[in-house]
Design a protein around this ligand. Structure first.
Ligand SMILES: [Zn+2]
Ligand SMILES: [Zn+2]
Length: 335
């Protein structure tokens, strides 16, 4: 196929400015990269944190977007895990050095010299994107492009968050019922867990959505659930939810925060943490998370609820996400 020289992209010039639709050069893949024709790119809350300046070290100008689905149309000379025409997915973690102490002990998600798709590498709010083969995934065929795109972050990070809650969980609380929650709730229900969904006070629509996905209880984050939780996953960027979740867990309960950014956690009495309760965070993902999750997702099978926008509507998708008006996940679809 003829590779064009220029492409349409939505570009962030500076934080707290809307993205600008621009013609920019199509990236050249380096020897370890594939060039992807983008079919879909899901919109993540992290994209909002970048655009809004809460994540402070983006490359600029930047093409955001780290849940990319597309077809390989060109390959760097050392690419050997993919071939032309393969459908691939690209997640948030876009590169690791493979040599630092974290990489060497199997914690590549904590690499000292990582690059992140749509943050320190250009991402998928564009017609084409270059990505390191090391962090591209083959995608299960049963999913359409727009359905599988949200699995690349909401799904993968959601899965890691869920996994870190531990194995002995029967009653699982999920705080913040957006993209990640709606995916991971389906996996958890499939694995026999009882889901307790917590939304912003008064968001009866999200509570209804949670019940429809199999939650045994759905209510406001200011409420106590009818039963104490074995673990809680926090997907809303609101620090006080950590304390609320601790209050709702049993002895030895685990509270896992899946987000990359959160408002401050208020101080709380030690009694809430006592009895071996655990608070932990999730950073990035490992390739193993991806491989596991893309095996499980078609077995469930996970059904993603998506609201589709065109590439040029990226600002609209971001502002609706900011205002809590997206049910499930927002996805940019390219023709
Ligand atoms: Zn490393
Ligand atoms: Zn994300």
């Amino acid at each position: 196929m003829e590779i064009p020289t220029m492409m349409l992209a939505m570009v962030l010039d500076a934080p707290r400015h809307p993205l600008r639709a621009m013609r920019v050069p199509v990236p050249h893949p380096n020897p370890e990269q594939v060039l992807i024709q983008v079919h879909a790119c899901a919109v993540c809350r992290t994209d909002l944190h970048i655009v809004d300046g809460e994540l402070t070290e983006p490359k600029l100008p930047l093409i955001p977007g780290h849940q990319i689905v597309g077809t390989v149309i060109q390959m760097g000379e050392r690419v050997n895990q993919f071939k032309l025409g393969d459908r691939v997915g690209v997640p948030w973690l876009g590169y690791t050095d493979g040599t630092c102490r974290y990489c060497l002990r199997g914690q590549e998600n904590l690499c000292d010299h990582p690059l992140f798709t749509g943050y320190t590498l250009d991402g998928g709010y564009a017609e084409y994107a270059a990505a390191y083969q090391q962090y591209c995934f083959h995608l299960p065929e049963s999913f359409r492009d727009v359905e599988v795109a949200p699995l690349l972050c909401a799904g993968l990070i959601g899965y890691r968050t869920y996994r870190l809650a531990g194995e002995h969980v029967e009653r699982l609380g999920i705080y913040g019922f957006g993209a990640a929650a709606h995916i991971i709730a389906q996996v958890a229900v499939h694995q026999g867990k009882h889901i307790y969904a917590f939304t912003s006070p008064g968001d009866t629509q999200a509570q209804e959505f949670a019940r429809r996905l199999g939650a045994v209880w759905a209510g406001s984050s200011t409420e106590m659930p009818p039963d104490k939780l074995d673990a809680a996953l926090i997907f809303a960027p609101i620090g006080p939810l950590i304390v609320a979740a601790l209050r709702a867990t049993v002895k030895g309960g685990v509270v896992v925060s899946g987000g990359i950014h959160m408002s401050d956690i208020p101080s709380f009495p030690y009694g809430l943490l006592w009895e071996e309760r655990v608070i932990r965070s999730v950073a990035n993902l490992t390739r193993q998370d991806g491989e596991e999750f893309f095996k499980i997702a078609p077995q469930v099978p996970v059904k993603t609820e998506v609201q589709v926008f065109s590439l040029e509507q990226a600002n609209d998708a971001l502002s609706r996400l900011r205002q809590g008006q997206i049910q499930g996940a927002a996805v940019l679809e390219l023709p």
